[in-house]
Design a protein. Structure first.
Lengths: 409, 258
């Protein structure tokens, strides 16, 4: 192998690619501007929405308020609810978001309570709607308190202690460190993003350096020069890989910087929000392990080799940019599916899954960003990915030696 | 020196039917000689030249270029050959100088040597004004000059031209024709394909008339004139391929895969 030739080809292709506005666009501009832009906009909007939802006092209707004076009073006493007069079209009003929830006190509620027969109080909500569930949660809390008070009162009347019906308390305690919680929440997302970025980054240069060259008529020019086919493929392939990895690195750097920027910008609000979340759920805010993220980037490296070589081979077969794009899109889907499968809850890494490309890196990545490193699995996955990469590269070299591919009509 | 012996190339078309694009072609070109392959579109000219330039491998037959076998010593052959075709475009995002340097390096030349040769070629081809500009903004004539410099940077012994004047205006075409004559004067072996009769008359020492993948007639212009009893090249050509009806019947699928 002639390393000088590989270096010459690589140098020329890199220079050529970096002068191409479209390469720069996908490699630098999109990661550096679009990603932070989306992140800022998304955070700002979602913060605003959450804040607004939390601030708004939801309108709630009591159906049959006269059926229990004390319960009606308890509900009216909550500062987090705004009561509206009863109407028969409550379901429609909830759907129209004019009111957020309704609570129905059945007739004879007080009498049933006194007679120890079980009455049912219904809460009407709009499932999946945040403001509705806030309102329903508050109603639910008041109703439970009301029920507890009734139980305590009745026990007292019979001379019994409250612990008679509550012999013990239950408390849930989280032992997972915040990295683990974060790992489980968006652990699947980090490797997914890195994998997708490496494919997206490789796509344009892979097409441009093969089908693009055929289209522009420079393929014959280079093929009749004394550069070896292997050297030519490797020089071009390394260019694709470099651009692909640069896209990953710029995107990740840009995301990390945006995240830091976001925390600073929205510090007060996030802090307050986080406190509220922590108080409400008894959990800590999730985090990811930065060493793990770096580790995932290393694991993605051989995978990027596979994609670059695969995209390279497929687009070499094509005669034009357009044709190559048609062939390349299914590859993007091939990567998205297993990467998404890894985000499903309950899919856990074992030796068999460690051999499935993309899925294996996604799964180990999930563990790595949560700060747990299984070195045997990591070695197995890295090794198998390297093998796949070598195989894909061998295919590319073989194709480059076939005149039916190079001079396809 | 180029020697072809029974050179044959068989393609399969989309219906898997065999097409003999080049069918047992034999010829010989000496150094300091221009050999012209004259033929209509689809006659097999491009495929023949691609076989000589090692872009394609022959199905059967053999050829040597500057003493090297086109199949077994393809790499050596490419070092000895300058290949210029209408289909060999330039890298638009590189400057003329970068393009010439790139091909110099691929041919194993050192940078100091490339610099010296580039300076000489720039003078000879009058490229001083645009040598450091990107080629995508060039006129056809400017591009043609850069292409010539690209094929000459390693001073090859053999030059292969595949319809180099195709689509060029008169001025650019004349530059090419002058350049091909220069190559002969420098003692290079030149093979050249065209369907333009007048170019053949002006340039070629030996003419091979190709039709349906075979050489139908071969010789100097005078010999061909004597053999077919015609003065005009076009008439000679039509007679050599077996009359206009044979030309019209050329439903032989195109050998070029451009």
């Amino acid at each position: 192998m002639n390393w000088n030739q590989i270096r010459t080809v690589y140098g020329k292709e890199m220079r050529d690619a970096l002068r191409d506005r479209r390469t720069l666009l996908s490699m630098l501009l999109v990661p550096a501007l679009v990603i932070p832009g989306i992140m800022f906009a998304f955070t700002a909007v979602s913060l605003k929405v959450v804040k607004k939802a939390a601030e708004e006092t939801p309108a709630v209707m009591i159906i049959g308020p006269g059926n229990s004076e004390p319960l009606q009073k308890a509900l009216a006493g909550s500062p987090k609810l705004r009561l509206v007069p009863a109407a028969s079209d409550y379901a429609q009003q909830i759907s129209d978001k004019r009111i957020r929830a309704a609570v129905e006190i059945p007739p004879g509620f007080e009498a049933d309570l006194a007679a120890n027969s079980i009455a049912t109080v219904k809460i009407y909500t709009y499932e999946g709607e945040m403001k509705s569930s806030f309102a329903a949660g508050e109603i639910d809390r008041i109703l439970r308190e009301f029920r507890e008070a009734a139980v305590t009162r009745k026990l007292g009347e019979r001379g019994l202690n409250a612990s008679f019906v509550r012999p013990f308390e239950i408390k849930r305690q989280n032992v997972a460190p915040p990295e683990k919680v974060g790992g489980n929440l968006f652990g699947g997302f980090v490797p997914y993003l890195l994998i997708i970025l490496s494919v997206v980054g490789a796509m344009y240069p892979a097409i441009d350096l093969t089908a693009g060259e055929k289209e522009r008529g420079t393929m014959e020019t280079i093929l009749c020069s004394p550069v070896g086919r292997v050297e030519l493929v490797l020089g071009k392939f390394l260019t694709v890989l470099t651009i692909s990895l640069s896209t990953v690195v710029t995107s990740i750097t840009s995301m990390a910087l945006s995240a830091v920027g976001l925390v600073h910008l929205f510090a007060g609000k996030v802090g307050a929000g986080a406190k509220a979340v922590n108080a409400a759920t008894g959990q800590q805010l999730p985090m990811v392990d930065p060493v793990g993220v770096l580790g995932v980037m290393v694991m993605v490296l051989p995978l990027a080799v596979v994609f670059s070589a695969l995209l390279f081979s497929v687009s070499l077969f094509a005669k034009s940019h357009k044709e190559a794009q048609t062939y390349a899109s299914p590859i993007l889907f091939l990567t998205i599916l297993p990467a998404m499968a890894a985000m499903l809850p309950g899919v856990e890494l074992n030796a068999k899954l460690a051999l499935i490309p993309v899925l294996n890196v996604s799964l180990i990545g999930k563990e790595m960003v949560s700060g747990s490193f299984r070195y045997d699995m990591m070695a197995l996955i890295f090794g198998s990915s390297c093998l796949y990469g070598a195989a894909a590269l061998a295919v590319a070299v073989r194709l480059f030696n076939r005149e039916s591919v190079l001079f396809r009509t | 020196m180029i020697e072809a012996e029974g050179l044959t190339k068989v393609f399969r078309d989309k219906k898997r039917v065999e097409v003999r694009a080049v069918d047992g072609v034999s010829f010989r070109v000496e150094p300091g000689q221009i050999y012209g392959l004259l033929g209509a579109n689809g006659a097999g000219k491009t495929t023949t030249l691609r076989l000589l330039a090692t872009l394609l491998k022959p199905t059967s037959g053999a050829a040597t270029v500057a003493g090297f076998d086109v199949v077994r010593q393809a790499h050596e052959v490419r070092k000895q050959v300058g290949f210029l075709a209408a289909s060999t475009a330039l890298y638009g995002r590189l400057t003329a100088r970068e393009t010439i340097t790139y091909f110099g390096r691929l041919n194993g030349l050192g940078d100091p040597e490339i610099a010296v040769r580039t300076r000489r070629l720039t003078e000879e081809l009058d490229m001083g004004e645009f040598i450091d500009r990107r080629t995508d903004k060039f006129s056809t004539g400017m591009k043609q000059k850069v292409s010539i410099a690209r094929t000459l940077i390693h001073d090859p012994a053999v030059m292969i031209f595949d319809e180099p004047t195709l689509g060029l205006d008169v001025l650019a075409a004349r530059t090419i024709v002058r350049f091909i004559r220069d190559c002969r004067e420098r003692g290079k072996t030149v093979i050249y394909s065209t369907h333009v009769m007048s170019e053949v008359e002006k340039l070629c020492d030996v003419i091979g008339i190709v039709h349906g993948g075979r050489i139908r007639a071969e010789g100097t212009l005078d010999a061909l004139r004597a053999r077919f009893g015609q003065r005009d090249m076009e008439e000679i050509f039509v007679a050599a391929v077996g009359g206009e009806s044979a030309l019209a019947r050329q439903d032989v699928p195109p050998a070029t895969t451009r």
